[in-house]
Design a protein around this ligand. Structure first.
Ligand SMILES: [Ca+2]
Length: 431
């Protein structure tokens, strides 16, 4: 993760040309990626000279990052030799893949099926016991997560769009996977977020267990003009990250417990639509959320903080023009709101995330991997001391929307594509 040779422009380029500062094999991910340009660019106002990966025009014309390197990080190239194996084909709009300790995988399909896929790619029948979902639009059966003690309790958690009187809403279920993997027992819905709303957009939702043993649930703000401001409202679960105990109860140290009018499950506020989240080994929660045109964000989430939407944001409305809501016109920076650690303009359309910790790819340890939908790629961010110092885009030649990325117990990365006839991929070191 550390550069072996850094800083002054002249020496960087001199040593890049002379290969005098070739990174050690395990730190190859910080090597300057693109061929050395005649003049070094300054990425996102970054202090360090480099060639940024992103060179297209930004949508937010005139918008400036709040800190050096907050966007358009240096392009880096890790180039570990890897193979992409197609483990399975024929999945219907998978939304999540979760590797199990024995090498098999749990996969959700948006239409409402959860399936086991064997390590060799046999796709099982739909697992019995999953409650009905509303699969219209962006809704359906969404994320799946394993209990931190899955090896002994076989408990599984999932998020879904719950059909309700008057509309639908994101809910979280839990159940115990039978020994043969064919059914879920003791199924309970442990969280019904509110309000119920009647459209089919921006449900979130990723599930991630923290080192505290609690379950973090990421939400969307349902996209509509009338729900957008609710991302700032404490009496709504929309546009929030929620934190609950595995039994659905509220931890007493949540930030708004006991506050009149506030929903006690809320952990952080001001989010637009979070379809990617992961903890790092130090216990930090990272989330990557969909912005509008030019406003995808990486945030490191802390208790009780406000991440800005819709009063602070980068980018513009899809139709063009300033981002607006009943709360007024958004600014890129606003007191009382947190700046993203990093943002993309143009966007990547993030879905699924993993902070890599495996031994299969030493050069990738500590990197944040993010699936790209519209961008049709796997994004890798190099993060050092809480800041993004490099960006690499992988699998760009495959032209597939990537819905989720997770690390298996073998250190391989498992990905699912976002298609009606989708694939499950496994990235392994080349033999
Ligand atoms: Ca934000």
């Amino acid at each position: 993760m550390r550069r072996t040779c850094v800083v002054p422009v002249v020496s960087l380029f001199a040593c890049a040309l002379a290969a005098a500062c070739a990174p050690r094999p395990d730190t190859a991910d910080t090597a300057p990626g693109a061929p050395a340009a005649a003049q070094p660019a300054t990425a996102g106002g970054a202090a360090q000279p480099c060639t940024p990966l992103e060179t297209r025009d930004a949508n937010g014309a005139g918008q400036r990052p709040a800190s050096p390197g907050q966007t358009r990080a240096c392009g880096v190239r890790s180039d570990p030799a890897y193979d992409v194996q197609v483990v399975a084909r024929g999945l219907a709009k998978p939304w999540a893949v979760e590797p199990l300790p024995d090498g098999s995988l749990l996969v959700t399909e948006k239409g409402g099926s959860m399936r086991m896929v064997s390590a060799t790619g046999q796709i099982g029948q739909p697992i019995a016991g999953v409650p009905a979902v509303d699969a219209r639009g962006q809704g359906g059966l969404l994320d799946v997560a394993l209990s931190p003690s899955f090896a002994t309790d076989r408990t599984v958690f999932w998020s879904f769009t719950e059909p309700r009187e008057g509309g639908n809403g994101t809910s979280v279920g839990r159940g115990v996977l039978s020994a043969d993997g064919r059914r879920l027992d003791q199924v309970r819905v442990i969280l019904h977020t509110r309000p119920t709303y009647n459209n089919n957009m921006h449900y979130g939702s990723r599930l991630a267990f923290g080192p505290d043993g609690n379950l973090y649930v990421t939400m969307g703000e349902r996209s509509a003009t009338e729900t957008r401001p609710q991302a700032q409202a404490l009496d709504s679960h929309l546009g929030k990250i929620l934190r609950i105990a595995p039994d659905g109860s509220v931890p007493r140290d949540n930030p708004y417990v006991g506050q009149a009018g506030a929903l006690p499950e809320i952990w952080s506020i001001g989010h637009r639509n979070i379809q990617a989240a992961a903890f790092d080994p130090e216990g930090n929660l990272w989330e990557i959320e969909h912005g509008t045109r030019g406003g995808d964000e990486l945030n490191r989430v802390e208790k009780g903080k406000n991440y800005g939407w819709p009063i602070a944001a980068y980018g513009v409305e899809y139709r063009g023009g300033a981002i607006t809501s009943a709360l007024g016109e958004a600014q890129t920076q606003r007191p009382g709101t947190e700046q993203p650690v990093y943002y993309w303009d143009p966007v990547i359309a993030p879905s699924g995330a993993q902070v890599y910790t495996g031994s299969a790819f030493p050069a990738w340890r500590g990197s944040v991997f993010i699936g790209g939908l519209a961008s049709q790629r796997l994004v890798r961010l190099v993060v050092q001391n809480g800041r993004v110092t490099g960006e690499e885009h992988l699998l760009t030649d495959r032209n597939k929307r990537i819905r989720d990325v997770r690390q298996g117990p073998d250190g391989a990365l498992y990905l699912v594509t976002d298609e009606d006839n989708a694939e499950l991929w496994k990235i392994v070191p080349r033999r």
